[in-house]
Design a protein around this ligand. Structure first.
Ligand code: FMN
Length: 531
């Protein structure tokens, strides 16, 4: 079976990435506390509620990796494995999520510790619900959507964007029937990531989750609806999207953009049963950062796919949190001539990808200073910036123009920050500190003796000059090489001797800056100057 949230909690605990809080905590404070934490938080004692609250599970690169049981740069490969080799879910009888089942009047969402996130949210919001729905023609679909709690058995569902669930709900509305859904809270993050993946209609995201985790997701039957739920979830809400249409005001919602969305018009959802583990934990997926981070492997997978199709050799990709893990990517490539531009064209074809920077593989895509340095030193804007107008937009982009009657289009931009083909490679020789490969600050700061040899007492400078001359007659040498070759004589003696050779007019330099003897064939000649 695929992993469960409990397995992830144990892994986080082992890695020191989970803080358990036993002190009583006010539910109203949870979102702000998670925002201040550098680790996931498990609130054992939420005042007024029986269930503990887990939050901040995946809001960092490290914790996403931990949750997936692999390095972060392997999560995309795992997701790709899920896409290429999906494993169909298995159906079991019962399961931990069915240990307690409450129906009818016993359904009470207000008994669950569902927190409020931001100041302007419309109310407590269920954020971690892996939602399964069945359409008579298209089969089973999974996605993650927010549900604002309204009554003890009524919520809204935020399906304003044109996704698959919206299509299912529109079809049910047209037929005048409710759409049954199971809302699975507290699942393994593989199931959350797969559900967030925009699979084409009819493709099973839970089979992708199985391939992703390397073992099938376990389905089990619900009691009040003909849709399965996840047998290993912490809590399951059996519900129906009512055929109210998009008529009920809801929100506002704190979005993955880190901004407040406006008021939405959404359908209502009737909760018919609450099923849960006997010792269930409520997972309050923290908005917006957990939402943001969950998207990173998905966009990286999409980028790798299109870049592979374009024949571009990718060294590394950073789907950056600054771009909300949706809009921005830095792509390092092993470049063949023209690949910088091809990589831009391919990467910008990914839906939502708005700004892309392509760099050579000597640049660390995870180091913002390195990337900016590549832009500063490798880009000519009139040659290396590609702008495409009127592409498909992500409607939540607040910078889009307001156009009435249609969805606005967006501009996309790529920056080719790879070394240009027509510029000599020598211009990109990096500064390396002399002796960087040998000296360690720790040795100097530690208890050791420091340098092993001091400056020699007396050096015959005339003899040293003759030996340096002989060396330079053979081959030009950089200053550091001369200092190293005559290290026994000490640095001060070498610099003094080179000084005297210089004063005597005996020294020159070759074309790459090495010292040589004046008048030797190695010596560079000055560039011709205009009269
Ligand atoms: C934490 C989280 C919350 C989300 N909330 C919503 C939401 O409220 N409404 C929505 O349309 N999409 C939301 N999404 C994005 C959808 O899950 C995603 O677009 C998914 O691919 C939709 O699946 P579908 O096309 O199969 O319906 C959310 C994603 C995450 C990770």
């Amino acid at each position: 079976m695929a992993g469960t949230l409990r397995d992830v909690l144990e892994d986080l605990r082992q890695a020191g990435e989970l803080i358990e809080i036993k002190k009583p905590v006010d539910i109203r404070h949870i979102a702000a506390l998670v925002d201040q934490a550098k680790k996931a938080l498990l609130f054992r004692n939420v005042i007024g509620y029986a269930l503990p609250v887990l939050s901040g599970l995946t809001n960092s690169r490290e914790r996403i990796a931990l949750a997936m049981g692999c390095r972060f740069d392997e999560t995309e490969a795992r997701l790709r494995r899920g896409l290429d080799r999906p494993i169909e879910p298995v159906t079991v009888t019962g399961g931990p999520a069915r240990e307690v089942v409450l129906t009818g009047d016993a359904v009470d969402l207000f008994a669950l510790p569902i927190p409020l996130f931001s100041l302007l949210d419309g109310g407590p919001m269920i954020t971690a619900g892996v939602t399964l729905a069945r359409d008579p023609e298209h089969g089973l679909n999974a996605g993650v959507y927010r549900f604002q709690v309204k009554e003890r058995n009524l919520t809204g569902i935020d399906v304003v964007t044109p996704n698959n669930l919206r299509k299912f709900a529109e079809r049910a509305l047209a037929a005048g029937r409710p759409l049954p859904i199971s809302i699975n809270i507290g699942t393994h993050p593989a199931e959350l990531i797969a559900a967030t993946y925009k699979a084409p209609i009819g493709v099973s995201e839970m089979a992708i989750a199985g391939g992703f985790a390397g073992a099938p997701v376990r389905f089990t039957a619900c009691e009040t609806i003909d849709v399965p739920c996840l047998a290993d979830a912490e809590i399951v809400l059996e519900a129906e999207i009512l055929p109210t249409g998009w008529t009920k005001p809801e929100g506002r919602f704190g979005e993955f953009t880190r901004l407040m969305g406006g008021l939405h018009w959404n359908p209502w959802v009737r909760v018919k049963a609450v099923a849960m583990r006997r010792d269930a934990i409520y997972y309050a997926l923290h908005m917006p950062w957990e939402n943001i981070w969950l998207s990173a492997p998905i966009y990286e997978a999409a980028l790798r796919r299109v870049l592979r199709e374009a024949g571009v050799q990718v060294a590394a990709i950073n789907v950056t949190p600054g771009g909300c893990c949706h809009w921005h990517a830095v792509v390092a490539i092993q470049k063949h001539p023209g690949d910088g531009k091809n990589a831009i064209l391919a990467a910008l074809s990914v839906a939502d990808m708005k700004h892309v920077v392509v760099v050579d593989d000597d640049i660390d895509v995870f180091d913002g200073t390195e990337v900016e340095w590549a832009i500063a030193t490798r880009v000519q804007a009139d040659r290396d910036v590609v702008i495409v107008s009127d592409a498909r937009s992500k409607p939540l982009d607040p910078s889009l123009p307001v156009v009435s009657g249609r969805i606005p289009t967006t501009a996309k931009c790529g920056v080719d920050a790879t070394i240009p083909e027509d510029v000599p490679r020598e211009r990109y020789e990096r500064i390396t500190y002399a002796y960087a490969d040998r000296v360690r600050l720790a040795d100097v700061l530690g208890d050791g003796d420091g340098a092993t040899a001091g400056e020699p007492a007396a050096v015959d400078l005339a003899a040293l000059a003759a030996r340096i001359r002989a060396a330079l007659a053979e081959t030009p040498l950089y200053f550091a090489q001369i200092a190293e070759r005559f290290a026994a004589e000490g640095f001060a003696s070498v610099t003094r001797t080179l000084g005297s050779l210089h004063a005597a007019g005996a020294l020159s330099q070759d074309a790459v800056g090495r010292h040589c003897l004046a008048g030797s064939p190695f010596a560079a000649t000055p560039p011709a100057t205009k009269a």
